[in-house]
Design a protein around this ligand. Structure first.
Ligand code: NAD
Ligand code: DAU
Length: 338
């Protein structure tokens, strides 16, 4: 493993992974392949733009010719696929994009990986593929996939294709299923960066329904280390859960953000719930821990670091919260009675 194609590397987790890999592996070359949708941003990669081991290609993972050209030109031996439409609420408003990018895009990458004989194809998946998990159950990797939103169904579809290419064609694949990430460069349509930036501006924090839905919020760097661990020590054809195993209700997360920023809890506004909202996700991550990985940040540490980053990096997020974003925000939250 030397020359990695990181699809979706200009997005939130992908850009953190690019920084992490360039810092951790002195001999790796990283090529980011990214369409630069509304969620993909060149500025997320500014810090590494001049690094001779880094290269950026703008392209769509559904475009087989473009993917093939990038793989051949840069002598790629490993693809790590972060590229996706990732927002559940957008997938509910307009499901076509998740089907195209997440399913067809993954298939396109698999085809190129097969034809070029790659060393490894790693798929970034999500805990949402298991569906809503009643307490006290925790999802293990062999559990059935019961996705319930267009987003999670598309991610499950992608995973099935990845596994099918392992069985049918012997493609060397691995998959990680991560819980909710938080940290730098998180696009402010997702709950934690949205609540943080709204709170900074004294705007309401729109909590869906009663806010008692449970998520496992992990620091993005812990997720990056987990992917690195699986790339180096994971078994081919296997799936690994990645999370902290700490459960946090959304309302508690919102209160903590307000406390960290010294803002009143009266900013919390309960709005109409997400359709089909999964009440709880909970992972069992013992299979990954057996490879030597462990989560390094508690929820409180992860949240504090994240909130501090947003306070210090207004120049990054403030321009995003304009134009198309405001139009999306109006459509999404007016309907909810915000
Ligand atoms: P993001 O929305 O911040 O970034 C997605 C990136 O993919 C963007 O840079 C975008 O431009 C790019 N992209 C979208 N469509 C593309 C296409 N057709 N071709 C090429 N590039 C395209 O997403 P994220 O939150 O960083 O998530 C990255 C991956 O991790 C996704 O696969 C997601 O399903 C998965 N995941 C995310 C989380 C989370 O909490 N954010 C948790 C578990 C798994
Ligand atoms: O679990 C992993 C998944 O986490 C990833 O696969 C997805 O790509 C990522 O977007 C994320 O999905 P969620 O739907 O859990 O994340 P989001 O930040 O949108 O919402 C987190 C929780 O907060 C969820 O229960 C919905 C709720 N929420 C969200 C928003 C945007 C609110 O209460 N109000 C909001 O305004």
């Amino acid at each position: 493993m030397r020359n990695l194609l990181i699809t979706g590397g200009a997005g939130f987790i992908g850009s953190n992974f690019v920084h992490y890999m360039l810092e951790t592996h002195a001999d790796y070359r990283i090529v980011v392949f990214d369409k630069l949708t509304y969620a993909g941003r060149r500025e997320n990669l500014e810090r590494v733009a001049a690094n001779p081991r880094f290269h950026f290609v703008q392209g769509d993972i559904c475009d087989m010719q473009a993917v093939r050209a990038a793989v051949r030109e840069h002598n790629i031996d490993t693809i790590v696929n972060f590229a996706a439409e990732t927002h559940v609420d957008r997938s509910i408003m307009a499901p076509d994009a998740v089907v195209t990018t997440n399913v067809k895009g993954t298939w396109t990458l698999l085809e190129v990986a097969r034809e070029t004989g790659l060393e490894r194809f790693h798929q970034i998946s999500t805990d949402e593929v298991y569906g809503a998990i009643p307490a006290p159950r925790r999802s293990r990797e062999g559990d059935p996939l019961e996705p319930r939103s267009p987003y999670s169904a598309s991610k499950a579809g992608a995973e099935h294709l990845v596994y099918a290419y392992f069985i049918t064609y012997g493609l060397p694949v691995t998959t990680t299923r991560g819980s909710n990430n938080i940290g730098p460069y998180h696009y402010p349509e997702k709950a934690v960066p949205l609540f943080t930036t709204n709170a900074i501006d004294n705007l309401p924090l729109p909590i869906y329904g009663d806010g008692l839905q449970v998520r496992d919020y992990q620091y993005v760097l812990d997720h990056c280390e987990a992917i690195d661990t699986v790339l180096h020590h994971g078994q081919l054809g296997e799936v690994y859960n990645v999370g902290t195993e700490v459960e946090t209700p959304n309302i508690e997360m919102a209160h903590k953000i307000l406390d960290l920023l010294g803002k009143p809890h009266s900013l919390i506004q309960h709005v109409t719930d997400r359709a089909g909202h999964d009440r709880r996700y909970a992972l069992d991550c013992s299979k990954l821990r057996a490879l030597g990985w462990q989560s390094r940040h508690s929820f409180d540490e992860a949240l504090e670091k994240t909130v501090r980053w947003f306070v210090a990096n207004e120049a990054w997020w403030r321009p995003i919260k304009s134009g198309e974003y405001l139009e999306y925000y109006r459509r999404q939250y007016e309907e909810r009675g915000a």
